[in-house]
Design a protein around this ligand. Structure first.
Ligand SMILES: [Zn+2]
Length: 416
């Protein structure tokens, strides 16, 4: 199939206009940052903007039982190709995270009509991806994938600002959370799914690439390591008489760096929190807690690092006469993307003539939940200096236009 070249300037202009409109005062509750989350008037206004634009080009717009927007140009249940992202924001967010993906999906729907391509499309804008309304990340897509329970939805989710239960807030907004299980039906008939998103790291920018084709979303394990020592006087206690847990922490931080590098496979390991008790300049610490965030696109690789750093912590603490506890908080497996969709995206992206990189996503996305039942992939747009979840977040509509051209051509090839 011959590569279809779009009018990138016109597409970039429309994407830029959509993004600017959606960062106006009606769409955020903060003067500087973008702040909008599920069931707020700012979110409803944003949702309504997409609904209006999609209806204007002949799409039928509905919402799932909790408020995820679903628009299609073919009858419900008929085969269609899915595209979209989320349009809620972090509490101190920028214009691009999530929203750009929905804007790009909208633009793709416009181009489908303008070029008379007749592609069967279904756009989804997921509710509450960032967890800024109810503290629950990927909430809309988890509900759709049935990765939540009714008990959780009814009893353990509360609006962060008001304390009001999620269930009650959804009902007050006009939705029917009691029918949440039916949300899964949205995925019926989807023959594939592509989520465009800003990269949220600096790989594309620093390697001079304009499009990222995502072949996997990293899995992760989160844990805490507690090191137990003895609090003694920092001046009166000679070096040979100490049980100082900070020494074990120091060894572990460096060993984690070594292990993550040695594991390869894009494995990363981070100690992001260190809590020292009692935290006094003139006292040897009694206990230290440090966190582990270990991720990668290969489960064996990053889980191996977790196993090895846990063993290392025990061994080094024992060698120094101390003990450790390793307490896991959460783990989520890596999500490989569909090989056929990735290949179609790579071919279409290469045909744009622009520099393209195949990469994995270190961050979590709604696509992880869609991937349970639909062949999926993602496409990344470079963002300035890798900054996201910040009002300083920035990206170029011109780069997004190249990605839209690639996605449009990939879908043409996949649907044919
Ligand atoms: Zn996002």
């Amino acid at each position: 199939m011959e590569h279809l070249r779009i009018d990138r300037q016109r597409t970039a202009a429309r994407i830029g206009r959509d993004i600017e409109t959606l960062s106006g005062p009606a769409h955020t509750r903060d003067a500087v940052a973008i702040r909008r989350y599920a069931y707020t008037p700012e979110y409803a206004a944003t949702d309504a903007y997409f609904a209006r634009e999609l209806e204007a080009i002949g799409f039928t717009v509905e919402h799932d039982p909790v408020g995820t927007l679903v628009a299609r140009n073919v009858p419900k249940g008929m085969p269609a190709f899915g595209i979209g992202s989320h349009c809620d924001s972090n509490r101190n967010g920028g214009k691009w995270d999530g929203t750009l993906g929905v804007v790009m999906a909208l633009e793709l729907c416009r181009l489908n009509g303008e070029h008379g391509l007749g592609l069967p499309l279904q756009l989804i804008s997921f509710l509450e991806e960032e967890g800024s309304g109810f503290g629950q990340m990927l909430l809309g897509s988890r509900i759709m994938a049935q990765r939540a329970t009714e008990e959780q939805l009814r009893e353990s989710m509360f609006e962060l600002d008001t304390g009001r239960p999620f269930w009650e807030t959804a009902v007050a907004a006009g939705y029917e959370p009691a029918r949440w299980r039916e949300s899964q039906r949205v995925l019926d008939g989807l023959i594939g799914w592509i989520e465009p998103h800003i990269e949220q790291a600096r790989v594309l920018q620093d390697t001079g690439n304009r499009v990222g084709v995502v072949n996997a979303i990293a899995g992760y394990v989160h844990a805490d390591v507690h090191v137990h020592g003895r609090d003694d006087h920092a001046g009166a206690t000679p070096m040979d008489f100490r049980l100082d847990p900070t020494t074990v922490v120091a060894e572990c931080v460096l060993e984690l760096e070594r292990l993550a590098r040695a594991a390869g496979n894009a494995t990363v390991g981070t100690v992001g929190e260190i809590e020292v008790h009692p935290s006094l300049i003139n006292a040897i610490a009694r206990d230290v807690r440090f966190s582990l965030d270990i991720r990668g696109p290969r489960d064996e690789a990053y889980l191996g690092v977790f196993r090895d750093i846990s063993a290392f912590a025990h061994e080094r603490a024992a060698a120094r006469g101390m003990t450790v506890d390793v307490v896991e908080r959460q783990r989520n497996p890596a999500t490989p993307m569909d090989a056929a969709i990735v290949a179609a995206l790579e071919a279409a992206a290469a045909a744009t003539g622009e520099p393209v990189l195949t990469m994995h996503s270190g961050a979590a996305h709604d696509t992880m939940c869609v991937a349970d039942s639909v062949p999926t992939a993602m496409v990344f747009v470079p963002c300035k200096d890798g900054i996201s979840h910040s009002p300083a977040e920035d990206a170029q509509p011109e780069d997004a236009a190249v990605a839209v051209e690639a996605i449009l051509n990939a879908i043409r090839a996949l649907v044919a």
